[in-house]
Design a binder for this molecule. Structure first.
Ligand code: PGA
Ligand code: MN
Length: 484
């Protein structure tokens, strides 16, 4: 890609969900120009044919903008819904509702109000005193009695149960989990058609859920990286193992806010981000960041503060859902988010940040090199850090230390360019490097000078590994003064 088009000033990355409001290449290109570096397709709203079209729209938009982007395919996971209901049921607090097995009409139920779910085994899984939340928690019920063929619930508030609404059981351990057969079909389909750079895994509960998909991708010999969505209480319990197995983590506040009391979300967000920051794992804060902009041209004060706080918490990326998928002006949404990020970052104390992060350097050559390069860049006022990398892993490690200057991740491996788009502060560039170190450094410097990203007298910190081109071999730091 042409570095002239890389005019990014913000370091935290922006992820935009593509939907009916944004599914045109021209719009995608405008969103990229305003600062979006990754696009997400939520596959729960999509057929395979439609997905293929959307992936193409994003790649076409990227070509139009002259800038690469990362694509995240969001695998739906088990989504429970009300099934077998034709007419809405009006409930008042205290009313009873029976959860029944579909196709069991002759059974004798205690009340007429009855619904089923698209998961018949639910009757066995639920226990008395557990909760049933319908429609994003708008209707809340508690189980008060149970027989082998039904569970009786009592409504805790007024509401109308409508057909096909989503359902959550925040206290129940469900035997159905990620991945469903449909999820496995998506994984296979995405691999076979080379459609995405990342897969986001919904409703995962354990490290095994992540490993299972990782193995399928490995068998298919694909370069697709996994983002574990933390949106179940079990996933919070197993955060450490999950984060270590996945490539990145998403704080999926939408579903988390149903699984847990809302007031728990801010501190859990901070806890997840802190852990990922210490481990150097990219972490995304998601959901409702600019929700009011689905309808309105400007955000609320609270939303503005939420984005700023997510950045200050240490998010590597922030995500937009309905705001770019079904809103009135997705380009304006990206612009708004970018401006908030830029202003917030302009107030960061980078010296303090790198000092804090340096406490978590690992006993590992690449990590130590990344930390050293970031500290040297700060001490000598370097204009940028350039990592010559074949896997992008050094760029990811440098990103962990949050240097103030751009991190150019230069590679001749086109396959990893898009993946680097998730990394905080990293600008991936496809540059024709060679096996020779001094030659490659000269090519890199010429590239930056030609595109006005470095000038005579600038100090540049390089990280690289010998032998060149071998992944995971980073073992050198070199400082170069341009033109000397
Ligand atoms: P979703 O995930 O948008 O796919 O539900 C994000 C969330 O739950 O916050
Ligand atoms: Mn979710």
């Amino acid at each position: 890609m042409d570095i002239k088009t890389v005019c990014r000033r913000h370091q935290a990355k922006i992820i935009a969900t593509v939907g009916p409001a944004s599914d045109k290449p021209e719009l995608i290109a405008q969103m990229i120009r305003e600062g979006a570096t990754l696009f997400r397709i939520n596959l729960s709203h999509s057929s395979k044919q439609e997905a293929i079209r959307l992936f193409k729209v994003i790649r076409d938009g990227s070509a139009l903008a002259g800038q690469n982007v990362g694509i995240i395919a969001d695998i739906p996971g088990p989504k429970l819904r009300v099934s077998g209901l034709t007419e809405p049921i009006v409930l008042k607090a205290g009313d009873q509702l029976c959860l029944v097995q579909e196709g069991c009409p002759s059974c004798d139920y205690p009340v007429d109000n009855a619904i089923s779910l698209n998961y018949p085994e639910i009757i066995e899984d639920v226990n008395v005193t557990e909760f049933l939340f319908i429609d994003d928690g708008n209707i809340r019920l508690r189980a008060i009695d149970k027989e082998s063929y039904y569970v009786l619930f009592e409504a805790l508030n007024d509401g109308i149960v409508k057909p096909n609404k989503g359902v959550h059981l925040p206290r129940t351990h469900l035997r159905i989990g990620f991945p469903t057969q449909e999820d496995l079909d998506w994984v296979e389909f995405l691999c076979e058609n080379d459609l995405c750079d990342f897969m986001a895994l919904s409703y995962i509960r354990s490290v095994g859920d992540v490993q299972r998909i990782k193995e399928i991708i490995k068998e298919k010999k694909k370069n697709i990286f996994l983002i574990a969505k933390i949106e179940k209480h079990e996933a919070i319990t197993h955060l450490e193992e999950i984060a270590q197995a996945a490539y990145g983590i998403m704080v999926a506040r939408g579903d988390l806010g149903i699984e847990l009391p809302l007031e728990d979300i801010p501190h859990i967000q901070k806890k997840i981000i802190r852990f990922c920051n210490q481990m150097g794992i990219p972490v995304i804060t998601a959901t409702q960041m600019l929700e009011s902009m689905v309808e309105s041209p400007t955000p609320t004060r609270a939303e503005t503060a939420d984005i700023a706080n997510a950045i200050l918490d240490g998010s590597d990326a922030v995500m937009l859902s309905a705001e770019t998928a079904i809103s009135r002006d997705p380009v304006q949404v990206i612009k708004t988010m970018r401006k908030i990020i830029e202003k917030t970052e302009s107030h960061i104390d980078y010296q303090k940040l790198i000092d804090e992060r340096s406490r978590f350097v690992q006993n590992d050559v690449s990590d130590a090199i990344a930390n050293g390069a970031s500290r040297i860049a700060k001490t000598i006022n370097a204009s940028c850090i350039v990592c010559l990398t074949s896997s992008g892993s050094t760029a990811r490690r440098i990103s962990k230390y949050r240097p103030q200057v751009p991190i150019y991740s230069m590679t001749n491996n086109a396959n990893i360019i898009n993946v680097c788009e998730l990394m905080w502060g990293v600008i991936p560039l496809h540059v024709p490097l060679t096996d020779n170190v001094q030659e490659s450094i000269a090519i890199a410097v010429k590239y930056l000078v030609d595109f006005h990203q470095a000038k005579k007298g600038d100090r540049i910190v390089f990280t690289l590994g010998l032998p060149m081109g071998v992944s995971g071999s980073t073992n050198l730091i070199q400082v170069l003064v341009v033109g000397s």
